[in-house]
Design a protein around this ligand. Structure first.
Ligand code: ZN
Ligand code: ZN
Length: 293
């Protein structure tokens, strides 16, 4: 807020109720003040010990603070939208395949994403119709009356909080019961390389869950699943390779006929499938690239 704006705002203020012909400039925020109820806004002549005997609050400052809160909400929504849009542009085909298996459509990522779009539209419309003008005029009493709406919008944004960390781990949270119903074939046929890798990361997460159970049994260090799969330093090949090595070590060291042996075998076979799918998906994208070049 520039000084120019403050001056302009001041010129448009109403006259003080004291009859001084001065415009109001301060607001009273002190509940203990005898004039708190009767003279919410006042001029500099009312800033006397027998009236408002406290530090004055500038209307311009308060109005700026309240407008800032609206703008912060708008900014938060806009940031969340742009990160989600970016992610959705790549991963929407995978999400749609996963959604086919989701019993409750309200849990869908697309559903949440649409809620975010809707929230953005509502907040922008509300801001333009109800906030922008009174904020420019510095009408803090009216601005204050809009606080319940501000809070309701904030709560709606709060509910969409999981979208803030959009990525494989959110997919895991939403679809961990569903993605095992999705067949590799469908994924390999229909999706892009990036989508396939995201899908494979979900499969790897399932592998890590089983692997951790075995590691726990032998009191070995467990994987931090989320960190491991979202570490940008590791390519998906390196992840598969590292897990393979560990599983191989385990297999060599588990006594025959131990009940964990079957689990380790299952993990190895899942890792094989993952390795083959990864290879097929890369072959496919090479063929496509060759055809296009
Ligand atoms: Zn006055
Ligand atoms: Zn007061």
């Amino acid at each position: 807020m520039t000084l120019q704006m403050i001056i302009q705002q001041q010129e448009n203020m109403e006259l003080c109720s004291c009859g001084s012909e001065e415009k109001v400039m301060f607001h009273c925020d002190y509940r203990a003040c005898p004039f708190y109820q009767v003279q919410k806004l006042y001029c500099h002549e009312c800033m006397v010990p027998e009236k408002h005997d406290h530090r004055p609050g500038l209307i311009a400052k308060k109005s700026k603070n309240m407008t800032d809160e609206w703008n912060k909400l708008r900014q938060d929504i806009s940031k969340l939208r742009s990160s989600c849009t970016q992610w959705m542009q790549i991963n929407e085909p995978l999400v749609k395949i996963l959604d086919k298996h989701l019993p409750n459509p309200e849990k869908s990522m697309l559903f949440k994403f649409n809620q975010l779009e809707e929230l953005n539209t509502h907040v922008e419309e509300y801001f333009q119709h109800n906030v922008a003008e009174i904020s420019a005029k510095g009408e803090i009493i009216k601005l204050e009356q809009l606080n319940p709406s501000l809070n309701t919008f904030r709560e709606r944004l709060q509910e969409l909080e999981p979208l803030r960390f959009v990525g494989p781990s959110v997919l895991w949270e939403v679809y961990q019961e569903e993605f095992s119903k999705v067949r590799y074939q469908e994924v390999l046929e229909k999706l892009s390389q990036a989508n396939i890798e995201t899908f494979i990361k979900l499969k790897l997460r399932r592998v890590l869950v089983s692997l951790n159970e075995v590691l726990r049994k032998f009191q070995l260090v467990e994987y931090n699943q989320q960190e491991y799969l979202e570490n940008p330093q590791l390519s998906i090949h390196e992840i598969v390779q590292k897990i393979n090595q560990q599983v191989q070590n385990l297999a060599n060291n588990i006594p025959q006929l131990d009940s964990e042996q079957i689990k380790v075998e299952l993990i190895r076979s899942e890792l094989d499938t993952i390795g083959v799918s990864l290879m097929l998906s890369e072959l496919k994208s090479q063929v496509v690239n060759n055809l296009l070049s």
